[in-house]
Write a protein that binds this ligand. Structure first.
Ligand code: NAP
Ligand code: F7E
Length: 329
């Protein structure tokens, strides 16, 4: 395949998972930098373009699915990317317990399909793989960095460990420029409704507007290192601009419990979270990740990456977005 930038064309990026939270922020980021953005769109009875509604005119969509090898080959042939960002996944941990085989097909084997398509069609391209702090699972040491051993605690975590090592192995075996970004939890007003930050933010707004009186959660003691998706997509791009491919942890270095998240979120509207939060064992997981806190020293030193949005600003933005969507009281 010819080098698309050789003739002075705009740089091209292929983004899988473009309809998801990170895909929408990454598409904005790449478009701002003058990239021609191609988004892989899988067939569905009604495409979920809500998060990229404001960008659809500026994105080239190519059909494809991580479950289908030939569609990935065609998507790369059509888009001729310099950079491939693999953000597509079955990303909800509880669903991975209910659908472990589907999760493995998409998140693990799907990545091998994409790596092989890249090797066949665009071996000179650079690829980013969306790895996760869930790979650390039952953590061996804290904080977790690129050298911390993996011990995943869900079919989701297991699938991502496979994909991580497939990414490393294709780099070592076939000399491909493939990077694995080990990102800790990152959220935004575009976060899926089922994740705990969005569930809490939405409930705070509904309670404030008198539409609900309480929210039911699972484990309030679990600790997460929560950052903002807009900060984290900058790191994805930065990894692919380095001279050599490598793996990087992206995290804020601070950790909070789900209870602390509730305290900050209900505090945004001057309420005491203990008046509105109840728990139900139905939301507990068969195996839990109790503590995550990342050490992003390498990213700071090599990529010059730092998060800019604080946890409090993030939660406030999420609650404000729900309040605005519900309208004035
Ligand atoms: P998300 O909002 O759940 O988006 C997932 C995306 O994957 C959607 O665009 C979805 O498309 C697409 N997808 C699902 N199955 C697919 C398939 N078979 N073929 C093609 N596309 C498929 O996830 P996110 O929060 O943006 O996360 C992006 C990536 O980072 C994921 O790989 C996730 O596992 C990983 N990650 C996320 C976090 C986090 O805290 N957000 C942290 C670490 C790693 P549809 O619209 O068609 O469903
Ligand atoms: O759970 C606890 C739950 O579902 C966070 C994905 O993006 O980040 C995400 O995975 C914590 C867990 O995210 C409820 O038990 C309590 O300890 O928001 P979550 P996650 O499982 O950490 C990683 C990095 C990814 O890679 C994933 O793709 O909150 N929790 N009560 C609850 N969680 C949910 N969802 N709902 C509750 O009611």
């Amino acid at each position: 395949m010819s080098d698309p930038t050789a003739s002075g064309e705009r740089r091209r990026a292929l983004v899988t998972g473009i309809t998801g939270q990170d895909g929408s922020y990454l598409a904005e980021f790449l478009l701002e930098r003058g990239y021609e953005v191609y988004g892989l769109l899988r067939r569905s009875s009604s495409p979920s373009l809500d998060r990229i509604e404001h960008l659809v005119e500026r994105i080239h969509f190519v059909g494809g699915d991580l479950l289908d090898q030939s569609s990935l080959v065609r998507a790369i042939q059509e888009s001729r990317p310099c950079e491939i960002y693999n953000l597509a996944a079955q990303s909800f941990v509880p669903t991975s317990f209910a659908e472990p085989v589907h999760t493995a097909e998409v998140n693990a084997v799907g990545v091998v399909r994409l790596l092989e398509a890249m090797r066949q069609v665009a071996p000179e391209a650079r690829m980013y793989q969306a790895s996760t702090s869930e790979m650390f699972g039952k953590v061996r040491t804290s904080p977790q960095n690129e050298k911390t051993a993996f011990h995943p605690r869900s079919p989701y975590g297991v699938s991502k460990v496979y994909a991580h090592w497939a990414t490393v192995n294709h780099r070592e075996a076939f000399d491909l420029f493939t990077c694995s970004g080990i990102l800790f939890n990152h959220e935004s007003p575009r976060r899926g409704e089922e994740f705990v930050t969005q569930k809490v933010a939405r409930s705070v707004a509904r309670i404030e507007r008198g539409l609900d009186s309480e929210v039911t959660l699972g484990n309030l003691d679990a600790r997460r290192d929560w950052g903002h998706a807009a900060d984290y997509v900058r790191a994805m791009w930065a990894m692919l601009q380095e001279d050599e491919p490598d793996d990087f942890v992206i995290a804020t270095g601070t950790t909070r419990t789900v209870a602390e998240l509730c305290e900050v979120a209900f505090g945004c509207v001057g309420r005491d979270w203990r008046d509105h939060v109840r728990t139900d064992p139905a939301f507990l997981r068969p195996a839990e990740v109790e503590l995550l806190v990342g050490d992003a020293t390498k990213s700071r030193e090599v990529l010059g990456w730092e998060p800019e949005i604080s946890f409090e600003e993030l939660v406030e933005e999420m609650v404000a977005a729900h309040l605005a969507a519900l309208g004035e009281a």
